[in-house]
Design a protein around this ligand. Structure first.
Ligand SMILES: [Zn+2]
Length: 397
C-alpha cells in the first residue's frame, strides 16, 4: 500500500516540477502528454531536454587562423521555361561583416550555375571582391540528351574558367534526381561515360571538383522508429531515398569511386566527408585515391559524436580535409546550415576546443538527430591546414 501511495506522490511532485521547469507555460497534462497505462506519453517533437552536465563552455568568436569556407551556397539558380534565374540568398554587404567578425577570409560559393547564370553570379560576388568570394560552376544537365554533350560540357568547363569560375560543383542531383529524359526515365549513373570529358577537363584545367554524392545512410532506410534521423526525415519526407528505383548508398558511393579512379589527374573533394557515418570506409578511400579530399560541411553532427575516431581521422588525413559549413544565408529550413555568427562559433568550438556535449546546430532541437557533440581540440598545425592551407593548395591561391 505504501508503495502505491508513494509512487502517486512522486508522480504529482514530478508533474509540478515539470510545470515549474517549463516556466509554467506548459500545462502538465498537455506538454507531458497523456497518461496511459501508468506512463507518461510525450510527443517526440515536444521533447527538448536540457543538459544538466556541469562542463566547461568556451565561446570561440573567431577562427584561430583565417579560414576558407569551402562549402557555401550564397546563390542558387532555378529554371523557368528555357531560362535560368539567379537567386542570391544575401548581398555581399550582409555577408562580409560576418566574415570579418568570424575571421573567414574567403567563401567558396559552390552553386554558381552555368552559362549566363554563372556569369551573373561571378559578376555579383567574385568580381567586386575577388579575395573574399570565389564561384564554382555546375554541369548543364539539360543538354545531356544531345549527341555532342560530352565535348559541349567539357568546353563549358573551359569557358567557365575563362570567365572566372574556380572549380566544378556536383550536387546529389547526379545519382538521385537526374534521369535520362531529365525528370523521367531511368536515373543517370554517376559514372556515366558521357561525363568523362567533363571530369578530364576539370583535371587538366586545374579546377577541383566538389562532389556531393548520396546522403546520410539513414535516408536510404525506412522512416520508422529505428531510423536515427526520424525527425529530420519527418520534417523533409522528400529527403528519403528509401525504396522506389533509388540505388543504395553503397552503390552510389562506388560509382563515385570509379569516377575518382578513372580520372587520377582530377582533384575530387568529397563534400560532407563523403560518408561521415563510416569513417573507416572513407579512410580506405583516401588511402586508395590520392586525388580524393574531403570537406566537413553539415557533418560536425556526425564527426562530433565519434570524437575519438574523428580526431584520429583528422590526424591521419590532415593534408586532405577542408573546412566548410554548407552555409546558406536565410536557410531557416535547415538550421545546421544557417549562415551567421552562431554557425561559425559552433564549428570553431568543435574544431578548436575539447568542450563536451554541445549542440551541433543553432537550433532549439538537434535538427539532424537527437545527439550532441564533443570538441576535437585540434593542434595549431592541423587547424592551419584544415582552415586554409589545404584549400589554398587545391584552389591555387
Ligand atoms: Zn551544400
Amino acid at each position: 500500500m505504501f508503495k502505491v501511495d508513494r509512487r502517486r506522490m512522486l508522480k504529482n511532485l514530478m508533474l509540478t516540477a515539470a510545470a515549474g521547469a517549463s516556466g509554467g507555460q506548459l500545462k502538465p497534462g498537455k506538454a507531458l502528454g497523456q497518461q496511459q497505462s501508468g506512463r507518461f506519453k510525450l510527443a517526440l517533437e515536444d521533447y527538448q531536454p536540457r543538459s544538466m552536465l556541469h562542463v566547461p563552455e568556451r565561446r570561440v568568436l573567431r577562427a584561430r587562423f583565417p579560414a576558407i569556407d569551402f562549402h557555401t551556397h550564397l546563390s542558387w539558380s532555378t529554371r523557368r521555361g528555357s531560362k535560368n534565374e539567379v537567386h542570391n540568398n544575401a548581398t555581399p554587404a550582409e555577408v562580409l561583416p560576418v566574415m570579418d567578425r568570424k575571421n573567414v577570409r574567403l567563401m567558396v560559393n559552390l552553386t554558381g550555375g552555368y552559362s549566363d547564370v554563372l556569369q551573373e553570379t561571378i559578376r555579383y560576388w567574385q568580381s567586386p571582391h575577388p579575395d573574399r568570394f570565389i564561384v564554382f560552376t555546375e554541369p548543364w544537365y539539360e543538354k545531356i540528351r544531345e549527341p555532342r554533350y560530352p565535348q559541349f560540357q567539357a568546353d563549358q568547363i573551359a569557358w567557365a574558367q575563362k570567365i572566372g569560375a574556380k572549380g566544378l560543383k556536383i550536387l546529389k542531383t547526379l545519382g538521385l534526381y537526374l534521369r535520362e529524359q531529365i525528370t523521367t526515365g531511368p536515373l543517370v549513373k554517376i559514372d556515366d561515360p558521357r561525363f568523362d570529358l567533363m571530369w578530364e577537363a576539370a583535371g587538366s584545367l586545374g579546377m577541383p571538383v566538389g562532389i556531393h554524392i548520396s546522403d546520410p545512410e539513414a535516408f536510404f532506410l525506412p522512416t520508422d522508429r529505428f531510423n536515427e534521423r526520424y525527425e529530420e526525415l519527418s520534417a523533409h519526407p522528400d529527403w528519403s531515398f528509401h525504396g522506389k528505383d533509388f540505388p543504395s548508398d553503397r552503390e552510389l558511393q562506388e560509382a563515385r569511386n570509379r569516377v575518382i579512379a578513372r580520372h587520377p589527374r582530377t582533384q575530387f573533394v568529397a563534400l560532407h566527408v563523403g560518408n561521415s557515418e563510416n569513417l573507416p570506409y572513407v579512410s580506405q578511400l583516401l588511402d586508395r585515391y590520392p586525388n580524393m579530399h574531403v570537406e566537413i560541411g553539415a557533418r560536425i553532427g556526425e564527426l562530433g559524436r565519434q570524437p575519438r575516431q574523428s580526431a584520429k581521422f583528422f590526424d591521419k588525413y590532415q593534408d586532405r580535409i577542408m573546412f566548410g559549413t554548407d552555409a546558406v544565408p536565410r536557410g531557416t529550413d535547415t538550421p545546421q546550415q544557417i549562415f551567421g555568427d552562431e554557425l561559425y562559433e559552433i564549428y570553431y568550438r568543435f574544431l578548436e576546443t575539447e568542450d563536451e556535449y554541445f549542440d551541433y546546430a543553432p537550433a532549439p532541437k538537434p535538427p539532424q538527430g537527437r545527439w550532441r557533440i564533443y570538441g576535437l581540440g585540434l593542434s595549431e598545425k592541423i587547424l592551419r591546414k584544415v582552415y586554409s592551407e589545404n584549400a589554398e593548395r587545391l584552389l591555387k591561391l
